[in-house]
Design a protein. Structure first.
Length: 272
């Protein structure tokens, strides 16, 4: 794979929301649909339509199809029954990329013993190309294989690499689950607006546009989040009055710290 165009053969296992988003990103970046195969017994209607329109194979045979990369996007709960049937596709030069929560590199090496393994955690903004993915690789993944994995994952947004697999649990809690926290913020802000007397439709509109606009400002600005917050906050003003509550002992930061800790623990439990 070179430049902005993806090259090579690929097997996608699981074409749900995340797998489908990645597939759309790969095709948009020039991956040849004749070099792609998908294994999913019941993809969402929009992805099934895409597979049909681009003539992407859904019945690939390991005897005739030897992919450069296999991306595992199935739910971790069905991994045990799904992955053994895929094992024969992985050869010594294959890169196996897993975006399954809680599935360790060791558990994947037991199924794909000769493959380079990359464990990655993307998030749902991948569906609009604005995701963030953190990845970690096993010792079989040399620089070329990591580049291949990086190019595939980058179709969904930014990619960061770590050397310590244990960090993936915290990554899952912060960025993997993080979009839900932001959506809850918008939901709660709208409810607070209604409680303050705003019509529900207006409160929802204000909350939605405020959260998305602030996110875009954070994305475009070179300033860190703390400085952007300070820029909105006038001493003794309305924002300061609200932040006095949100930054208190039982406020937003300690609550979010507890929430991330709970999600991190759950991710670790899933890997046992």
């Amino acid at each position: 794979m070179a430049g902005s165009t993806l090259r090579g053969s690929l097997l996608l296992v699981g074409a749900g929301k995340m797998g489908g988003a990645l597939l759309e990103g790969w095709l948009a970046r020039g991956l040849d649909p004749t070099q792609v195969a998908v294994r999913d017994p019941a993809p969402p209607p929009e992805i099934a339509k895409l597979l049909s329109a681009r003539k992407i194979a859904r019945d690939a045979d390991a005897k005739t199809f030897s992919p450069d990369a296999i991306l595992l996007a199935v739910k971790p709960q069905i991994a045990a029954e799904t992955l053994p049937a895929i094992a024969s596709f992985a050869k010594a030069g294959t890169v196996v990329i897993s975006i399954m929560a809680g599935r360790t590199i060791a558990s994947l090496e037991a199924i794909f013993p000769s493959a380079a393994i990359v464990r990655a955690m993307p998030n749902t903004p991948a569906s609009i190309g604005r995701g963030i993915t953190v990845a970690v690789a096993n010792k079989r993944a040399d620089a070329a294989k990591k580049t291949l994995a990086n190019n595939l994952l980058a179709a969904a947004g930014s990619v960061e690499w770590v050397d310590n697999e244990a960090l993936i649990d915290a990554v899952t809690a912060v960025s993997g689950s993080g979009p839900a926290y932001v959506f809850l913020l918008a939901e709660s802000l709208a409810k607070a607006g209604v409680a303050a007397g705003l019509p529900p439709a207006l409160a929802e509109k204000l909350a939605r546009e405020t959260v998305s606009g602030a996110g875009e400002l954070l994305h475009r600005s070179n300033l860190d989040a703390a400085k952007l917050r300070e820029n909105v906050t006038s001493p003794g003003g309305t924002t300061a009055a609200a932040l006095e509550i949100l930054t208190g002992k039982e406020g937003f930061e300690p609550l979010l710290t507890k929430a991330v800790a709970a999600a991190t623990k759950r991710s670790r439990d899933l890997s046992k």
